[in-house]
Design a protein around this ligand. Sequence first.
Ligand SMILES: N[C@@H](CCC(=O)N[C@@H](CS)C(=O)NCC(=O)O)C(=O)O
Length: 215
Amino acid sequence: MSYILYGHRRSGSLAVELALAEIGADYEVRDVDLETEAQRNDTYAAVNPQRKIPALVTPAGETLTESVAILLTLETRHPDAGLLPQDQAARAQALRWLLFVATEIYPMVEINDYPERFAPTPNVAPGVREVARATWRKRWQIVEAEIAGDPYLLASGFCLTDLYIAVVSRWAQQDAWRPDNLRKVEALTAAVSKRPAGAPVWARHRPDVSPDRFE
Ligand SMILES: N[C@@H](CCC(=O)N[C@@H](CS)C(=O)NCC(=O)O)C(=O)O
């Protein structure tokens, strides 16, 4: 039995798929096409009642949702993959910034992508989106200032928070803003995109963000 990952290219499922690749686990991807709103259908709601991706079904048949819960479960179950540092102080910082991106930044993407869900009237939706984008930029600058390693978040080296930062930082139509403002995030993403285990996965999801673009 292998893992079953419900996801879509460029989405949060990329972080999970990169972690599965780092682990060397067998997995099958089931596409949930966000462009056709396949996440909203009742078949998928039986997998994740929140109607969002990613979702992961483990070889034992358990259904996991919430990207951070999935990543931390994979780390616990595959301790030899080195997804988090052994050192407790470094581990605490990895968790700190993983949760910051998951709770303070990732939610902005729903407001950016679907502003009408948050706008009391349709005419204010564009303004709601702009506020989400401004908040997004401000919060990413906090992450940028905290990147202590080179190229990764932690001075001790790679951890799963790097996968998360690389994937989430590509969103919200900030391609023009990022390079000058998030130099460390860009270098981290370049390094993640070239990791031997994950490079083919990255290339499949993000041919638009090829490693060459960072050279
Ligand atoms: N808290 C969730 C957020 C998941 C999420 O927002 N996923 C996006 C794709 S990256 C999604 O499914 N959006 C579709 C929608 O909101 O309808 C997690 O961390 O897994």
